[in-house]
Design a protein around this ligand. Sequence first.
Ligand code: NAD
Ligand code: UDP
Length: 321
Amino acid sequence: MGSILVSGGAGFVGSFLCEALLDRGEHVVCLDNLQTGSLGNILHLVPNERFLFSAQDVELPLSAFNDIEQIYNLACPASPVHYQNDPIRTLRTNVIGAINILELARRTGARVLQASTSEVYGDPEIHPQSEGYRGSVTSFGPRACYDEGKRAAETLFHDYCKMYDVDIRIARIFNTYGPNMAGSDGRVVSNFIMQALSGQPITIYGEGKQTRSFCYVTDLVEGLIRLMNAGPHMRQPCNLGNPTETTIRELAEHVIEATGSSSELQFLPLPQDDPIRRRPDISLAFKNLGWQPTTHLPEGLARTVEYFESHQQQRPRAMTQ
Ligand code: NAD
Ligand code: UDP
């Protein structure tokens, strides 16, 4: 029986994906350079004889791997704080990483799923965003290394499919949260929870009127696995996310309620190019995969708060402080 390779498997989403695949009886190779992931996320999986961790960078050729049936390509920092820290490295990871992953798929005959992102829609002019929307992105600006890197990776996936018949899937993932996010990750949910638990001010960028639609991690992982195992008609990009839209201010209020915190709200400048509204149209996934998220925000936040209470000592990373 061949293995399933998860690049970025020691990260937030990847660690849940590795666990879900092991629970289904699969053999899993977790490949990660630990840039933003951690061994702590996967330590509990190591005793499983069907689990293997490989410390490696996707920017290097993946010639040592054989007998791989499926590949999930998640390797890439997802938090703006981290991906903007070294934008050239972020682009390299997305472009060279995608080529190495696709070459591996081509050599082994593995089906390969790319973790793309709602960021391919940029700061969207239509709402909600469906897969047919071409996006409003800039090739300059602080988010470009990630947005354009992910767009180029989608192009590479499409062209490897066309030229070499590589069996591809592309998931456009919208904001996802849950346990195993690093306390120093810098994304909004982990920042707010860390700040609320330590009684620090909750850092809202702008007036907090911008929206995101937050998906709990186990819902997302179920969608990723269903997409991977869908037929060839699903070689087109597919949105995966929670269609319930929330303002960032409402999120702060939910976190205060979930933690019982007395933290105050602190308003800081909105970062450049921060998308104003974001909500997925998930009708493609619903029709073709029978998938939709089932975890409501208060329930998912309660589980995430529980995790941060028992696991984290790191400090949150506010972008504009
Ligand atoms: P994360 O930062 O927690 O995980 C990314 C993982 O990739 C980390 O373990 C990191 O060490 C690893 N990595 C980074 N560069 C690498 C490289 N060059 N070689 C090998 N490993 C490398 O982020 P996440 O939230 O788990 O996101 C996982 C994937 O899903 C990313 O590709 C991200 O772009 C995509 N995504 C996530 C979200 C979300 O809200 N979580 C939304 C859209 C897309
Ligand atoms: N944000 C915020 N305070 C924080 C971190 C983020 O108000 O401490 C805002 C950020 O400006 C954005 C939203 O929350 O509007 C989501 O940010 P995140 O970095 O989680 O993801 P992305 O912007 O990539 O969707």
